[in-house]
Design a protein around this ligand. Structure first.
Ligand code: FES
Ligand SMILES: [Fe+2]
Length: 362
């Protein structure tokens, strides 16, 4: 039976309606990375996260603090103020706040009313990351922070970087879930022609979605070939797992080896990349990246080469999805998306994000 085209379009529209997009409300009750640990110190750090302006610093004994970046008096940004010990003094008329957000001093009068101040947000530190909870503070449970043990494992070497990304975080989750795009968007950096058509399998559990792609045999792009010693071989293997771990975190893990050698004798080279997606607004994002490897741990040349090559590839994502965002901004009511089989974990991710957003709204 031939299905009229109009029905296909209608089906696509209905499917799209169930998925999160750039207009879906952001999910507040979740841990997101607010900063790298070494960004938070005795200098005031301003960052807008989930449409909320936050100022961060450390107390004299090193505890990280996050406060609403807005003075309760006339809304001056506290990030443009200064620290006095553990307190923060507004740079406009001098109201003083404690690190718990309480107003403790008003310079123009001797009495300071009790029980007023500004919001504070819970922070938690793991490895090189500072996480923030911007939703209902009574729900902030540190045991729910996604665990990435390799970040603190001395047998892994890590490098990191940051992009301000001019696009929404939902599109970036999709980008990371289906690495078909390596063959096209990253043709000049980390992609190979055989990647897009390589076999894959998916795992879809509620809130945890995976796509595992096995490219065997293959040749490796320079960033992997030159760093693993598998350059020039057409028997290399590249097993890549894309994994949605939370609204703010996606992990890509890859194993490389020479498929011509026995499983018992061949060497495995493993990498992990934490793609940390912290929405600034509905259509901008803080994109933190930590990349780890379990080989060439003390080789500075390899580290520098790998970092340059990878971050050139991540720049391609930022530029590509920035261009895509402009198209999304222009879309009208006739817009629809077509999904294909390899989109299934990305579609599941988007349905999950929409469900979470609607639950919070409810
Ligand atoms: S705006 Fe901060 S003290 Fe007036
Ligand atoms: Fe990419």
């Amino acid at each position: 039976m031939t299905i009229p085209v109009v029905n296909i379009i209608e089906a696509c529209r209905k499917a799209s309606d169930k998925m999160a997009n750039k207009d879906t409300p952001l999910i507040l009750n979740e841990w997101y990375v607010a900063a790298f640990k070494d960004e938070v110190g005795r200098e005031l750090l301003a960052r807008k996260i989930l449409n909320k302006r936050v100022v961060m610093y450390r107390t004299l004994d090193g505890a990280p603090i996050a406060l609403e970046d807005r003075c309760a008096h006339r809304s001056f940004p506290l990030s443009k103020s200064h620290l006095d010990g553990d307190n923060i003094i507004c740079g406009y008329h001098g109201f003083k706040y404690s690190c718990t957000g309480d107003l403790v001093e008003i310079p123009s009068q001797s009495k300071c009313p009790h029980g007023i101040g500004i919001k504070t947000y819970k922070l938690a530190e793991t490895g090189p990351l500072v996480w923030i909870w911007l939703g209902d503070q009574s729900l902030a449970d540190e045991s729910k922070i996604p665990h990435l043990p390799w970040l603190e494992n001395p047998n892994w070497a890590c490098t990191s970087g940051y992009f301000f990304h001019p696009g929404n975080y939902v599109s970036m989750h999709e980008n990371l879930m289906d690495l078909t795009h390596l063959t096209f968007l990253h043709a000049a950096t980390i992609g190979t022609p055989d990647y897009a058509s390589a076999p894959y399998k998916t795992e879809l559990k509620d809130g945890h979605y995976k796509l595992i792609r096995e490219v065997v045999p293959t040749t490796l792009s320079p960033v992997w070939g030159q760093t693993t010693g598998l350059a020039g071989k057409d028997t290399a293997a590249r097993i890549a797992t894309s994994e949605f771990l939370s609204p703010g975190l996606h992990q890509v893990s890859v194993k490389f080896y020479d498929s011509a050698l026995d499983e018992e004798t061949r060497e495995n080279y493993k990498i992990h990349t934490a793609h940390i997606l912290t929405p600034e607004t509905n259509n901008t994002m803080h994109y933190f990246i930590v990349h780890g490897r379990d080989f060439a741990l003390n080789d500075e040349h390899i580290e520098r080469f790998m970092h340059e090559q990878l971050f050139a590839a991540f720049q391609e994502d930022v530029e590509g999805l920035g261009a895509l965002e402009a198209i999304l901004d222009d879309q009208d009511e006739h817009h629809f998306e077509i999904s294909v089989a390899s989109d299934s974990p990305a579609v599941a991710t988007r349905i999950y994000l929409k469900k979470r957003a609607e639950q919070e709204k409810g």
